[in-house]
Design a protein around this ligand. Structure first.
Ligand SMILES: [Zn+2]
Length: 372
């Protein structure tokens, strides 16, 4: 069965089977069969589907590797425990091993409610969303990779027991975000529990193993319990600031003659909750404020997190960095890291379905933008 897309430039391919040979293809070769996003529905014992999105970013191949290994294992012969709806995203960018092509929008900013609803990709994803909403999936899972030495974690967009539980099956460390808009998980969070998985760097077998095991777990769930979660079982964080190195500061890593000499293994601090007084490196001159931390409104909040007056970059409050990298190009073009703070979700659980962001958080703690 083949449902023809409508007259959009990016057409949705919708199938009820895996095309012959597709599971043999690495992400970079999928374009031979699928010239654009494809939504594939596979029937399982429980008809309520699990929705899984892979390759929204063409170079983040872990999701596709997990799906094809999962389906090539016993499910080539056995019935799936639950129906599976799979969105294979940016096959054109995957061909070139890129996040997206220059003439494409970032797919994970084009879902309903974002800033690109009128774009061809936005209209296409509107169709996917409506189709999936009509199938009332048990959950939506969007699989990504990132750079640097980061542990695997799940991100959610609503603080509700079912969302927390869905995320906690993947990792006890969970990130909450509501910006950027137009992400799949944020859009789907209006009608089903959803999560974005960050599975470390692309190409790591460990990431494929972990996400494959997670999908298997989710397919076997009878339901997602809505009972309150224990504060011990989930550690919820949100992003509060982006940290950049002052553009005039000469920096290096380890024991080097630089104005800012970061710790050699700086990236081992990712997702570690650091107490006040931890040093990220030595300061040997250069700008008085070698780092700049800005909040989501772009305000300079450096003083809330760091001090530099003792020839060190020292933390001044409990904080958890993420995406710390040793890659000079990333640091110069993007940022050094993001800072996250713990949310005591017990105090922030949504009371009703119509309150996507608790009032107390709307007021003061607007979360930042993780690089999803
Ligand atoms: Zn991504």
């Amino acid at each position: 069965m083949f449902f023809a897309g409508t007259n959009f430039i990016v057409k949705l391919i919708e199938l009820d089977h895996i095309p012959a040979g597709l599971l043999e293809r690495p992400a970079s070769a999928l374009h031979h069969d699928l010239d654009g996003p494809a939504l594939i529905h596979l029937e399982g014992k429980n008809p309520q589907p699990l929705f899984v999105a892979v390759l929204q970013h063409g170079n983040e191949v872990t999701g596709w590797e997990a799906i094809r290994r999962l389906l090539k294992s016993h499910y080539e012969f056995d019935q799936l425990p639950r129906s599976l709806s799979i969105l294979i995203g940016n096959t054109r960018a995957a061909k070139h091993r890129l996040r997206r092509l220059d003439d494409q929008l970032d797919y994970n900013r084009c879902w309903p409610g974002g800033n690109h609803d009128d774009s061809d990709t936005g209209k296409l994803f509107q169709q996917v969303t409506e189709r999936m909403q009509s199938l009332a999936p048990i959950a939506a899972i969007d699989i990504h990779n990132n750079t640097g030495l980061n542990p695997h974690y799940a991100a959610i967009n609503r603080i509700r027991p079912d969302f927390l539980r869905l995320a906690s099956y993947f990792s006890s460390k969970v990130v909450y975000f509501t910006m950027p808009v137009g992400t799949l998980s944020l859009s789907f969070s209006r009608f089903c529990p959803s999560t974005t998985l960050e599975c470390g760097q692309a190409g790591e077998v460990h990431g494929t193993d972990h996400s494959m095991g997670y999908l298997e777990t989710c397919m076997h769930l009878e339901e997602l319990p809505n009972t309150p979660m224990d504060a011990e079982d989930v550690h919820l964080f949100h992003m509060v600031a982006t940290v950049r190195v002052h553009h005039e500061a000469l920096f290096g890593f380890g024991n080097v003659p630089a104005e800012v000499a970061f710790r050699e293994n700086l990236d081992v601090l990712n997702f570690q909750e650091l107490p006040p007084g931890i040093s990220l490196g030595d300061v040997n001159g250069g700008p008085a404020q070698p780092l700049l931390a800005t909040n989501v409104d772009g305000q300079d909040v450096t003083g809330q997190y760091f001090r530099f007056d003792r020839q060190q970059i020292e933390t001044v409050r409990e904080i958890m960095p993420s995406m710390l990298t040793l890659d000079r190009r990333v640091i110069q073009q993007d940022c050094l890291c993001y800072l996250m703070e713990r949310i005591h979700f017990e105090d922030h659980i949504e009371v009703t379905d119509h309150d996507p962001l608790p009032e107390s958080m709307r007021r003061s703690d607007r979360p930042g933008e993780p690089p999803l």
